[in-house]
Design a protein around this ligand. Sequence first.
Ligand code: SAH
Length: 373
Amino acid sequence: MIQIAPDAPIGSAPSRRAAMPPRHLADLDLPGRQAVIAELGEPAFRAKQISTHYFGRLVRDPERMTDLPSASRDRITEALLPNLLTPVREVACDDGATRKALWRLHDGSLVESVLMGYPDRVTVCISSQAGCGMACPFCATGQAGLTRNLSTAEIVDQAVHLAGVAASGAVAGSPPRLSHVVFMGMGEPLANYSRVVAAVRRLCAPAPEGLGLSQRHVTVSTVGLVPAMRRLADEGLSVTLALSLHAPDDELRDELVPVNQRWKVAEVLDAAWHYAERTGRRVSIEYAMIRDVNDQPWRADLLGRLLAGRLTHVNLIPLNPTPGSRWDASPKPVEREFVRRLRAAGVSTTVRDTRGRDIDGACGQLAAAAVTP
Ligand code: SAH
């Protein structure tokens, strides 16, 4: 069981701050970058120049910043563009349409991100923490525990790096421009709240302040940290909220998503409907289909009753295999019956594809452990 003291700022214990990386321009808004530039004694417009390289042109190599005099270039890149993510390995599957990147952070922590190309869009799935403290027993990331929160720039830089990969034309059959970001990699985004919200703002600010994505194309997924969900509803953002529900009843959800011991199904759904009301955005309900565990017809009916008439959409995720797991995915006929019952209750429902399964890059498979040096 996870221990969460009432009102504790989850995941922000001071001891973890020690390992935070150096400041990077993606940690700062444009005025913040201008202040750093001023401290360096450089003209203010250099803040926009360096931002345009990073966010607009996806360039991070100082040699290519030929509009900056070389002395300024070194000073500025040292102050605002430290190397945050070192690529350790990149593996592809689905004919190159899915790529998993493994990064080493400045303190040796490892995190993963996944790039997924579709005919009409390119999505990256990014991590918000190294490891995860939520301990869901069917998820590989949950097994090793939390190492630390990522900084805003460490989060943003995953998307910017992979936007560069997409722009190079590496994802055949997809547009070259990154369009969608999902916070469904390693970690619990709402346990690293302020950095994740800052990262969303940076990803969505128009270039050169940010990457210029549409807020509607960003999804933040949560195990259901109720106070943080309510806070997110008041941020004035129109990102999609995804709730990892996985069971409609407290008895089972207490086991599958241990944080349910703190915030129950009814409370977490209330917070989801509050989010939908405040933002006008449909809340996604994530539900991993686990054979003989949560896939019974009665659970489909109960879920249907809880969700009927709400601004919501159910994503069923066939359980992906994880090391040492005693669970399997539901058989297809069982899955079809589950879908049928939810739809009969009037609940919009789809089954998620299993992109990245071959490279342990699918939902719940990110563990960043298997490094062969
Ligand atoms: N911590 C956040 C963000 C991770 S999103 C959250 O839990 O929402 C990753 C999604 O994949 C979550 O819905 C998670 O519950 C789901 N997942 C985890 N392990 C899985 C597995 N083995 N098979 C399928 N889905 C899984």
